[in-house]
Design a protein around this ligand. Structure first.
Ligand code: APR
Ligand code: ZN
Length: 255
């Protein structure tokens, strides 16, 4: 057990308001590719495909692409299962050690692992939302309507408005409730675990900055295979390695 992990456990154990910010790197050990690592999603698909303008130009084309991605097994969120890192965070919340998880991920794996206080900063791809009346529908039902040929462009069951995945597309705002809660948590936290994120996307990357810039600053503990883009500005303790392994060690030290 290395000294840094022991030190991280001491900080988290002594914290009154420890919070976690997670990114795609926490889900790679569940078989979901991240975005910017070699082989990541953005090395295969143009991120512009996930811009709201491109979606609105041709919704049927987007829906077909996303169904193909799911059926290829490349990005099948519905059948993905949480890994040790997700379960460790849920255990820590259960024991009152972690107060909430702010996630950039849209894979629902924190909830599947049992985390309750989850802030979906970029929404959740297991749901579709009506762009007109905001009604929500389970993604699997919407995908059934497309694959059965019933609807090429899925429409809302309630008002026939256009349905889109309930994830934040490039060019869309962060859901206001998620933004507000994250700002409150970044001010309240005295320890912030930043797990599996390159911190290259704002405003999510603003969360650890805000936690670090306040007085007194929160302890920023980064868990990543490689240093994030902001590590030299904000990180107090950098734990390099697998999120699953490191989080399991922390979980056992804190149980
Ligand atoms: N253990 C620890 N770290 C890991 C692991 C792992 N098993 N697998 C990957 N990582 C690290 C990578 O080294 C990288 O630093 O996780 C980070 C993932 O970074 P990104 O792929 O950039 O993902 P993320 O930071 O979540 O992206 C933020 O960008 O495109 C948008 O909306 C998308 O929410 C996403 C946002
Ligand atoms: Zn509707």
């Amino acid at each position: 057990m290395n000294e840094s992990i022991k030190r991280a456990a001491e900080i988290i154990g002594a914290a009154q308001n420890a919070v976690a910010l997670t990114g795609a790197g926490i889900s790679t050990e569940s078989g979901i590719p991240d975005f910017r690592s070699p082989g990541g999603l953005w090395t295969k698909i143009d991120p512009g495909e996930f811009s709201i303008d491109r979606f609105l130009q041709n919704p049927a084309r987007f829906w077909k692409m996303s169904l193909d991605l799911k059926n290829s097994g490349e990005f099948d969120l519905a059948s993905a299962v949480p890994n040790a890192a997700h379960y460790s965070l849920a255990n820590m919340e259960n024991r009152g050690i972690i107060k909430c998880v702010i996630t950039q991920n849209v894979d629902n794996l924190h909830q599947k692992a049992g985390s309750v206080e989850v802030v979906e900063f970029h929404g959740n791809l297991l749901r579709a939302v009506c762009m007109k009346c905001k009604a929500l529908e389970p993604m699997e039902k919407v995908e059934q309507r497309i694959s059965s040929g019933q609807q090429e462009t899925p429409r809302c069951n309630r008002c026939s408005g256009l349905l889109k995945p309930d994830a934040v597309f490039f060019g869309e705002p962060i859901p206001s409730k998620a933004l507000m809660i994250s700002q409150i948590q970044s001010q309240k936290c005295d320890a912030l675990l930043v797990i599996g994120t390159s911190l290259q996307v704002f405003p999510a990357a603003q969360i650890p900055i805000a936690a670090k810039m306040k007085a007194p600053p929160a302890h920023i503990i980064e868990i990543n295979r490689e240093p994030s883009a902001l590590h030299d500005q904000i990180t107090d303790l950098l734990l390099l390695g697998s999120a699953g392994e490191i989080m399991s060690e922390l979980d056992s030290l804190l149980s």
